[in-house]
Design a protein around this ligand. Structure first.
Ligand code: CTP
Length: 407
């Protein structure tokens, strides 16, 4: 299971400007729960030092097949290095230069990285990074097609400004997509097959007048990450989203809403088909009693706004849940565990993800941390991780719960 560093990623770093990104990538992979063994080509060491990557992974970086020692030791080190490669669970080459992609396609083995490729039997992933012309060259296209035909995953580069000053395709894919691809390659992918996951995400807006509203700082990223992860693992997914600026995750059905009351209607409407409900939305607790038909004018002085409670969607779902698994969230500035435990009980949840608000994680950030509470058993503490990884852990727990119930 991720989080216990039970799986090792062999990270092959090749020479190119993007090699510096390997440092952040190694860190993200570790955050995602993988042990990381780095191997670098000679060219890569010109761009980033092995020491940096050794410090970030806690493992000696392999830079060559043979080490400059006695014959006997040299032979032993070569064998040991190949053993390291064989023992890895996934082989990720990132950034992958056009040259190394060509060598992998041909099966050349003139240094450690390319030799390890031939010795390795697990999933291969490559995240190319190169100049646009090299990326578009028929030789590169054919080499990648060859790797794909053998089952390799190519994490497609993005479009953007490149180090050479041009704008085009060839920039290494985002770290999140690369980590997600590794996770995909290593996880039994269909463990949510047959489940229908209903996710709420983002804030709600409660209008005061035609231009103003009460809302909160939720970006929707946590809920969207949950929807994407559930879909990846084989679930049908319905995503009920408040107003957010995020693209719909692949394969998910999306229902856009604005107010708490609309979100409640959409959720109750979809509840019949759902088997797992995850309420990641930051729903406004109150709405103005009246929405002014016209824009409130300053000349009329400060408005007196009377508020009325919105429906508590999670509590309503908890009351009608049947054998569904219901997951709530609790974002708290203080007394995190006690407040979250109260919500777990009051709202009939099977799991509550309690997130501390403030600092570098939580609302409107890329990372999240917290405590996952269950009605029985010890809480699970989750250190700062990407929201994609947090989503994976929450769904792991939900599946665990389902399996325990079935047993
Ligand atoms: N929630 C909901 N409907 C509401 C308010 C909250 O469904 N009207 C859900 C959220 O999606 C979240 C959980 O309830 O999963 C906890 O939300 P939170 O705002 O922390 O809970 P409240 O009950 O509003 O608690 P408080 O404001 O006292 O912290």
């Amino acid at each position: 299971m991720p989080g216990e560093e039970s799986k090792t990623v062999l990270l092959g770093v090749t020479g190119g400007i993007a090699a510096y990104k390997a440092a952040d990538l190694a860190r993200e992979l570790r955050r995602a729960g993988f042990a990381v063994q780095v191997a670098m080509t000679a060219a890569a060491t010109k761009f980033i030092t092995p020491l940096t990557l050794a410090a970030l992974t806690g493992k000696r970086v392999i830079t060559s097949l043979f080490e400059d020692r006695s014959d006997e030791e040299t032979l032993q080190s070569a064998i040991a290095h190949i053993d390291v490669a064989r023992a890895a669970d996934a082989f990720l080459v990132a950034p992958a230069s056009a040259d190394v992609i060509a060598k992998l396609a041909l099966g050349l083995a003139d240094d450690f990285l390319t030799t390890a490729h031939l010795a390795f039997r697990g999933p291969l992933l490559v995240a190319p990074a190169m100049n646009t012309n090299m990326w578009e060259h028929p030789a590169t296209r054919e080499n990648l097609a060859m790797l794909r035909s053998r089952g390799a995953t190519v994490v497609e580069p993005g479009f953007g400004e490149l180090a050479c000053g041009t704008v085009g395709a060839g920039r290494m894919a985002g770290l999140d997509s690369i980590v997600a691809a590794v996770r995909d390659a290593l996880r039994p992918p269909e463990d949510l097959n047959g489940e229908h996951v209903l996710v709420t995400a983002g804030p709600t807006r409660e209008a005061l007048d035609p231009v103003r509203y009460i809302s909160n700082r939720s970006s929707g990223r946590m809920g969207f990450a949950l929807a994407a992860e559930a879909e990846r693992r084989g679930a049908s997914v319905t995503l009920v989203a408040g107003p957010v600026a995020l693209p719909t995750p692949k394969g998910c059905e999306r229902i856009d809403v604005e107010t708490a009351s609309q979100m409640c209607d959409a959720v109750l409407d979809q509840l019949g088909v759902a088997t797992i409900v995850v309420m990641a939305a930051a729903v406004a607790d109150y709405r103005p009693v009246r929405r002014a038909g016209r824009k409130l004018k300053k000349r009329d002085g400060p408005p007196h706004i009377s508020l009325v409670e919105t429906p508590d969607i999670l509590r309503t779902v908890g009351e009608r849940k049947g054998d569904r698994i219901v997951v709530g969230f609790a974002a708290e500035t203080n007394d995190l565990e006690a407040n979250a435990r109260r919500k777990l009980r009051a709202k009939g949840c099977d799991l509550v993800m309690a997130n501390p608000v403030g600092g570098e994680t939580g609302f409107d950030t890329d990372t999240n941390q917290g405590i996952l509470l269950r009605p029985v058993g010890e809480p699970v503490r989750i250190e700062p991780v990407s929201k994609a990884e947090m989503a994976a852990r929450i769904l792991d727990e939900a599946i665990g719960l389902r399996q325990r119930r079935a047993a």
